[in-house]
Write a protein that binds this ligand. Structure first.
Ligand code: CA
Length: 220
């Protein structure tokens, strides 16, 4: 899952980035509204955390610009304490949730998990597919109750597939959602990670759809 963090305060931005990376997210950052608007329109992201007070273009305008461009990824806005009108404006402009500064990182992480799973159609924080379980809060993957040890890349890949079951996802889309902007996006590495993942999972769970991509089936 790839996130965009939009925050002009460098220390907070870095804290957010590190905390989110620690949870297995791929994180890109923007420190002004213009860059944020452009990035959200052009790049494949799964959710954005958007500060409202930004240089060059304010956060509400960024949000409205994304929504006007038919971008539907979930957005959590960062608002100032006691500024209820900012929250209303943000939600009416297409924000999915808000968090008030200062906030506890744990709360932000829970809200990120929540908006991503809801945007992909999952109501529970545990996704289960054919005995395979991903606990979104702990990032623990288990098969019929036994923990499966995955590398961070394997987890990124499996998490993306489990959030989007029964859909054929091509390699380009996968690499767009698994790598940050400045990382090498070699879609051939996706094949390597798929092969490694398959060795740890029941046979046939990740299906290759010839010429199109991969599909994780939630029915046998
Ligand atoms: Ca700010």
């Amino acid at each position: 899952m790839r996130l965009l963090v939009v925050e002009d305060e460098p220390t907070l931005c870095e804290q957010l980035k590190l905390a989110l990376q620690e949870q297995g997210y791929v994180v890109d950052i923007a420190s002004n509204g213009e860059d944020a608007l452009h990035f959200g329109k052009e790049e494949a992201i799964d959710a954005a955390i958007l500060d409202l007070g930004l240089p060059k273009l304010d956060g509400i305008s960024v949000l409205k610009g994304w929504r006007a461009a038919q971008k539907t990824f979930p957005v959590i806005i960062l608002t100032a304490r006691d500024n209820w009108s900012e929250k209303v404006a943000g939600i009416d402009s297409g924000a999915d949730d808000y968090i008030t500064k200062p906030f506890h990182m744990e709360e932000l992480l829970a809200r990120v998990r929540s908006v991503i799973r809801r945007s992909t159609g999952h109501s529970s924080s545990v996704i289960s597919i054919q005995g395979l379980t991903l606990d979104l809060a702990s990032n623990r993957v288990s098969l019929d109750g036994n923990t499966i040890n995955l590398t961070s890349y394997e987890l990124r890949l499996l998490s993306y597939l489990m959030h989007h079951p029964n859909k054929v996802i091509d390699k380009t889309t996968l690499s767009e959602h698994l790598y940050a902007y400045d990382e090498d996006k070699d879609s051939n590495t996706i094949e390597v990670f798929i092969a490694r993942l398959r060795k740890k999972l029941p046979e046939g769970l990740i299906e290759t759809v010839r010429g199109l991509g991969y599909r994780l089936n939630d029915h046998a």
